[in-house]
Design a protein around this ligand. Structure first.
Ligand SMILES: *[C@@H]1O[C@H](CO)[C@@H](O)[C@H](O)[C@H]1NC(C)=O
Length: 191
């Protein structure tokens, strides 16, 4: 789950979510839309157990990435769970409606082996020490992860995403309550 944070967004599901949310930047992608980051934040209810921070970093003119850190001071328990909820706003963030595609409550290990592995892991290989694995990730030891100027590619996200602001809320349930929130603006690309 930690890794999920990097993506910010969205994070979502096991396949379907991965096909539903967006967070990527465009040049390499085939999607008809592109996104920009509006804001990101992260909270913990027990910083002795786990926590971190996240912020937006400027890469170059008009290009931004996600930076920050995420740590757990204990090995991640097998029953540690995570949910991802996606909202969309058509009035620049004044009001949000929950979207049908969200990541149902599942263990962090399930989310790491599905959504993270498919949608996020390839994008963070060069900008973070977030896990890179083949096969199944079965154990996450106490670790400090850092990520710097990460941009998530939209490969693996839906071809079509209507314009709007999308808010992704990733929340953990278990030994610590971590909440990661990211707001992204999606616009159709002009060719
Ligand atoms: C990561 O770096 C390698 C080696 O420079 C490069 O081939 C690859 O495309 C990079 N991947 C991403 C997602 O930036």
């Amino acid at each position: 789950m930690q890794s999920l944070y990097c993506a910010g967004i969205i994070f979502l599901i096991s396949g379907s979510l991965a096909e539903a949310i967006s967070v990527g930047k465009a040049s390499r992608q085939l999607t008809a839309w592109e996104y920009s980051i509006i804001s990101v934040s992260m909270t913990t209810d027990n910083e002795e157990l786990a926590g971190g921070e996240t912020h937006i970093d400027r890469i170059s003119r008009g290009e931004y990435g996600l930076s920050g850190s995420l740590y757990t001071n204990v090995d991640v328990p097998q029953d540690f769970e995570v949910t991802v909820t996606i909202y969309r706003s058509t009035d620049n963030g004044d009001t949000y409606k929950i979207q049908p595609y969200s990541l149902p409550r599942q263990t962090v290990y399930q989310a790491m082996n599905s959504f993270y592995k498919n949608a996020i892991m390839p994008s963070v290989v060069n900008c973070s020490n977030l896990p890179q694995f083949k096969g199944t990730l079965e154990f996450i030891p106490a670790t400090l992860w850092t990520f710097e100027k990460c941009q998530v590619n939209t490969d693996g996200f839906p071809q079509y995403m209507p314009d709007g602001w999308y808010k992704g809320v990733i929340e953990s349930h278990g030994y610590v309550n971590l909440i990661w929130t990211g707001v992204f603006s999606v616009k159709q690309r002009t060719f």
